[in-house]
Structures are given as structure tokens and as C-alpha cells.
Write a protein that binds this ligand. Structure first.
Ligand code: C2E
Ligand code: MG
Ligand code: MG
Length: 624
């Protein structure tokens, strides 16, 4: 209350009944007021002192808090500036409110570029690079990346810098419109990812797309196929490449495969090419009239690959077999088209290699029959459906049987008797020949042990038995089990055995020969370069194929060839057996030519083991 107002109040209280002021009373009132105020003042003084004390304490606290805050701030700045990640904060007006050193480094910005208040547009204008669409190179991850990028509060942006670096920004947008972004250099990660993707889709040896990639390309081509468009798929396989690999070594094989890939690439032109496996390639031809274009392509590839390959000074030759399937006729799905091209390829191989075959429905039917045969063949061993028959080898000068060739027979409960011509090649392909061959050796040795001492037994051996097993070991075990002398065993091999893998086969043949086992060259004359193989190993015997004997009685040329081969065998010190002798006229002629041995229906058909004593008891058979 104002002093004046208070005084007038006190005056009013001191007024007497007659209207005058009682001075004494006024004095008392004033003095009382003064006294009461005096005690208040002391109170105030004390409060002010307390207040001052507390303020001083508070000031001290504020100072220490401020110092702590400054220290924390410095620490944060050191941490943020040394983060391997860039950091930027934009306010709701999209103006920069904070950024760290790494942010500047990543985007190549100067200190003044990142002054607070700079807008996103300012910064984008200053960086040396452009925003890429965040696109990944492949379709699937692009889908994935856009899904992440569209997340409401989280956005992914990507920048391709002029120096080649890729910067990725993960931007978190807050509710008030401000944003915090973390930026990283993902160049190395991206390169590694691209490399992994590349390796997953390419063959490292030739750089060609691999099977996975090829399938994707076929999928895409079939999906985009116009209704009237034909798409040809060629499945290529090098002929006998395995033997090249075995003979020359894997690294030479690799070099040749690279050269093959280059040549196929040159022929394939703009068509899609891939390496499906070791010596398997595939080509997809789209948008062309078929079958003419793919036939021309196959011709060109065959021509290219028929040129000799050079390895050091050595030249070597290759050939290729091809199976072709054309969509939509041969299938409209990748699996079907690939399968049918594969079926056609098997037929090209079976038809003598070095050629191409177009898929036909009959091939499919044959394939199914083959699968059924395969299943039966796998079970035949356990079911003991195999049997050996024996065909005499007849010594012409001694006019007696000197041995028997063991010929396998497969007695199938439903199929009846299956010819070895029909199942041996399949057994070879499936590798079953290893077990079958082992069984034949044991059975033949055990049967021969029952025969007179001077009678030998001949056993046919396939190429695979030389590479898939320890043949000398199998032979030793069979001989030991039967207590048969090695000198009574002859092994018959065809030229194909030598062709498959000469360097692997020769030491095995020598090892067998050293143990006293005889080695015969079977089906002589049906192979490719008989004479060179003949000189590669000292065979004990040449068996001239039955195709040479057919005409010798009536055809002068056939006779001359037969005479020449017999002389050749003599000159090389090898016994000569002529196979497939059916008539007395043929025998007479062969006797004249001083052929050592004959084998054929004229002497006897192959017979079961139980008939052998009877065959041995027959009188000598002559041309007369
Ligand atoms: P190969 O070793 O050349 O056997 C001779 C084939 O000619 C046999 O056919 C035999 O029955 C047949 N033959 C014999 N004399 C005559 C004749 O006067 N005229 C005619 N037209 N043919 C005659 P087979 O038994 O059908 O055997 C065919 C081939 O199967 C054999 O040819 C041989 O390469 C293979 N083979 C047979 N048994 C085995 C075996 O145990 N292991 C292996 N790896 N292959 C075998
Ligand atoms: Mg034979
Ligand atoms: Mg033969």
C-alpha cells in the first residue's frame, strides 16, 4: 500500500467525535505501523541473504553443468567426425542443421558448402556425381531394393560419383518432416556382390554364362516368344573329350576347352551361348526361321571345330555332336526343351558322333524304352540273370579247338535273351560294366579251370575297366580264385580301348603281359587308324573282324585285303584269328593263306559251359 494512502487511513482512524484529529492517537498509529514494518524488514533482510546464498550455489552448479555439457559436446563431435559413416541432419524446411566430416569427404564437399542452412538442392548442385536410380544390376535385387526404398520412414538413395565410387544414403524421415541420413561408401561391397553374381552365373574357365544363367536366358526367351516365332536350342558335346583330358592332362584340356569356347563363340554370333558342364555347351537361337538357320549354325560350328587344335607343336583333332530341339514344337518350357535337346544329343552320339540330330517324338519313346532297360540292367546282377556262353577258337594247322571266347548272355524273365550288342554299350555308359566285367572274369576263369590244360579262355574287356578299376588286381583275383595259370587267359580289347586313353591303358597292358596274360586286338579293321594302334603295343593276337570275311570267297579285293592283314600279323609276330567264319569255302581259303585260327558258326555257335566237353570231343573239322 502506498505510504500516502496508509497515512490518510491512519488520519481517518484518529478523527474525534467533534471532527478534529487526535494527535496522540495519530502518533500511536504511525509509531505502531513503523514498528510492525521494522520487524518485516528484518525478515526481508534474512530472506534476501538466503536468496543470495542459494543463487551463488546455483551459479556454481550451472557452471559445472555447462562445462560437462561442453565436454560431452566436444566428445560427440570427435566421435561423429571420426565415424566411418557420413551423417547429415536436415530440418523440416530441408535445410542442413548438422553434418560430420565423413559426410563432406564422401561427397567431396568443402567446409563452406555445408554451412548450416544449406538446402538439399544446394548440396546436390555441389557434389561431383549423380544420383543413380538405386538400381541394382539384376532384376530380382532391384525388386528387393525398391521394396526397401519405398518404406514410409526409411528411404535408400544411391549416388554414383564421378570418380567411380558408389555412395549409399539411408534416410530416416521423422514425423515433423526433418530427416537424419547415414551415408556409406559401398563401392567395394557392390563390386564384391557383382563379382559373386557374375561367378554364380558364369563359368570361370571360358567366361561363358553357366547352366543357371542359360536357363534364365531360355526362360526369358520363351516367355517373350511371339506366337509365330521359333526358338532353337542346340546342346553340344565334344566327342571323346575325356580321353584328351586324361592323355594330355587337365591343364591342357582346359586350354583346349577355352579354344573350343572361342571358336563356338565366333560361330554363334549374336546367339546366346553357354557352357553347361565340362565339355558341354549350349546355344539358343531366337527370331530365326527354323530348322534352316540352326542347321547352318550347326554346320558352321562343326567346320570350325574340325580345324586342328594346336598345343605346343602337337596338333590334335576334335569333333562335336549336337542335339537340337526347337520351340514350340519340341516344347515350350525350358526343362522340356533342354531335355529334348539332350535326348537328340544322345542320339547323335549313338549314331556315331560328329553329327547333329533334331529331336523327334520317336526319340522320346526310345528314350523311355532305354530307361526301362537301364532299370532292368541295374537289377540284373543281383538277380543272377547273366550267363556265359563259349565259342570255340579253332587252330587251323593243328585242326583242333585251342580255346574258347567267353560271351556274355543276359536272360531276362520278360525280355528273353538280350544281345550283348544291346546292353554292353549301355552298361559301359552307366559304368555297370565294371561289376559285370569283374563277374565275367571270375566266371570265365572258374569255368576254364574245368577244361583240359591246353585250352585257353578269352575274355572281352571294355575301355572303362581300364580307367574305373584296378584291372590287373581284378585279373589276379579271378585267376587266384580259380587256380588258373595266367598263360591260359587271353584278354580281348578293341581299338576303342586304346583310343579312349592310350597313356593310361598301355602301362596296364604291359603289366598284364608281364604276368603271362595274352592280349588280343579284337575286331581289327573296324576302328579308325588300326595300323598305328597295332604298333603301339606288342599284341599276342589280332582278331580280324567278321566284316572282312564275308566276301573273301567270291570277291578278289576282299581276298587281297584278308591276305594282306594275315601277312601283316605274321610280320609283326602276332597270331591271326579270323572271326565270323561261316562256310567251308571261307575255311579253305583261310587255310591256303596260312591263317592261324578261326572262330565262327562254321565251327560252332557260342554254347553254354556245360556243352564244352561235347564240343571238345567232336572230330576235327576241315574245309572238306
Ligand atoms: P566280339 O568279341 O567280336 O564277339 C564275337 C561276336 O561275333 C559274338 O557276338 C559272336 O556270337 C559273334 N559271332 C561269332 N561267330 C559268328 C559268325 O560266324 N557269324 C556271325 N554273324 N556272328 C558271329 P555276341 O556274342 O553277340 O557279342 C557281341 C559283342 O559283345 C562281342 O563282340 C563283344 O564285343 C561284346 N561282348 C560280349 N561279351 C562281352 C563281355 O563279357 N564283356 C565285354 N566287355 N564285351 C562283351
Ligand atoms: Mg571278342
Ligand atoms: Mg570280335
Amino acid at each position: 500500500m502506498k505510504a500516502e494512502t496508509l497515512f490518510w487511513q491512519q488520519c481517518a482512524q484518529a478523527v474525534t467525535a467533534d471532527g478534529s484529529i487526535d494527535a496522540q492517537r495519530l502518533m500511536d498509529l504511525v509509531i505502531a505501523t513503523y514498528r510492525s514494518h521494522e520487524s518485516d524488514y528484518g525478515e526481508i533482510e534474512r530472506s534476501v541473504e538466503t536468496l543470495l546464498r542459494e543463487t551463488r550455489a546455483l551459479k556454481g552448479e550451472v557452471a559445472s553443468v555447462t562445462q560437462a555439457f561442453e565436454e560431452q559436446k566436444e566428445l560427440f563431435e570427435v566421435i561423429l567426425d571420426n565415424l566411418p559413416l557420413g551423417l547429415s541432419v536436415f530440418d523440416a524446411d530441408q535445410r542442413l542443421s548438422f553434418s560430420n566430416t565423413r559426410f563432406r569427404q564422401l561427397f567431396g564437399l568443402k567446409r563452406e558448402d555445408v554451412d548450416a542452412g544449406a538446402t538439399i538442392a544446394d548440396l546436390i548442385g555441389r557434389i561431383r556425381g549423380t544420383e543413380s536410380a538405386g538400381a541394382r544390376p539384376d532384376q530380382r535385387s532391384r525388386k528387393h531394393s525398391t521394396a526397401t526404398a519405398r518404406n514410409d520412414s526409411l528411404r535408400r538413395r544411391e549416388w554414383r560419383m564421378d570418380d567411380g565410387r558408389i555412395i549409399q544414403s539411408m534416410v530416416t524421415i521423422l514425423a515433423d518432416g526433418s530427416s537424419i541420413a547415414i551415408h556409406a561408401d559401398i563401392t567395394d561391397d557392390r563390386k564384391a556382390a557383382e563379382r559373386i553374381t557374375y561367378l554364380a552365373h558364369h563359368d570361370p574357365l571360358t567366361g561363358l554364362p553357366n547352366r543357371i544363367h542359360f536357363r534364365e536366358q531360355v526362360d526369358a526367351a520363351l516367355a517373350e516368344r511371339r506366337p509365330d516365332e521359333q526358338i532353337a536350342l542346340v546342346h553340344l558335346n565334344l566327342d571323346r573329350f575325356k580321353s584328351i583330358n586324361n592323355t594330355m592332362g587337365a591343364s591342357a584340356g582346359d586350354k583346349i576347352l577355352q579354344q573350343v569356347a572361342d571358336r563356338i563363340r565366333a560361330s554363334a554370333g549374336g546367339n546366346i551361348l553357354a557352357r553347361l558342364g565340362s565339355d558341354e555347351f549350349a546355344i539358343l537361337q531366337t527370331g530365326r526361321q527354323q530348322p534352316w538357320n540352326v542347321t547352318a549354325l550347326a554346320d558352321q560350328i562343326r567346320r570350325e571345330l574340325s580345324e586342328p587344335f594346336l598345343r605346343g607343336e602337337k596338333q590334335m583333332e576334335l569333333s562335336v555332336s549336337m542335339g537340337i530341339a526347337v520351340a514350340p514344337g519340341d516344347g515350350e518350357e525350358t526343362d522340356v526343351l533342354l531335355k529334348h535337346a539332350g535326348v537328340a544329343l544322345s542320339h547323335a552320339k549313338a549314331d556315331g558322333r560328329k553329327r547333329e540330330r533334331f529331336f523327334t517324338d520317336e526319340m522320346e519313346a526310345q528314350m523311355q524304352l532305354r530307361h526301362a532297360l537301364e532299370a532292368d540292367l541295374r537289377a540284373a546282377m543281383q538277380k543272377e540273370e547273366f550267363e556265359l556262353h563259349y565259342q570255340p577258337l579253332y587252330d587251323l594247322s593243328q585242326r583242333r579247338i585251342c580255346g574258347f571266347e567267353a560271351l556274355i548272355r543276359w536272360n531276362h524273365p520278360i525280355r528273353g535273351r538280350v544281345s550283348p550288342m544291346d546292353f554292353i554299350p549301355l552298361a559301359e555308359e552307366l559304368g555297370l560294366i565294371v561289376d559285370i566285367g569283374r563277374w565275367v572274369l571270375r566266371q570265365a576263369c572258374s569255368d576254364a579251370a574245368q577244361w583240359p590244360e591246353e585250352i585257353k579262355v578269352a575274355v572281352n574287356v571294355s575301355a572303362i575297366q581300364f580307367s574305373g578299376t584296378d584291372l590287373p588286381q581284378d585279373v589276379s583275383e579271378a585267376l587266384a580264385a580259380a587256380s588258373l595259370s595266367p598263360s591260359r587267359l587271353e584278354l580281348e580289347i578293341t581299338e576303342s580301348v586304346l583310343m579312349e586313353n592310350l597313356s593310361e591303358v598301355l602301362p596296364i597292358l604291359h603289366a598284364l603281359k608281364e604276368r603271362g596274360i595274352r592280349i588280343s586286338m579284337d575286331d581289327f579293321g573296324t576302328g579308325y587308324s588300326s595300323l598305328s594302334y597295332l604298333s603301339s603295343f606288342p599284341f599276342d593276337k589280332i582278331k580280324i573282324d567278321k566284316s572282312f570275311v564275308n566276301d573273301i570267297a567270291d570277291n578278289k579285293e576282299a581276298h587281297a585285303i584278308m591276305r594282306a592283314i594275315i601277312l601283316l600279323g605274321d610280320a609283326l609276330g602276332m597270331r591271326v584269328t579270323v572271326e565270323g567264319v561261316e562256310t567251308a569255302a571261307q575255311v579253305a581259303l583261310l587255310e591256303c593263306e596260312e591263317c592261324d585260327e578261326i572262330q565262327g558258326y562254321y565251327i560252332s555257335q557260342p554254347r553254354p559251359a556245360r556243352d564244352i566237353p561235347h564240343l571238345l570231343s567232336l572230330p576235327p573239322k576241315t574245309a572238306a
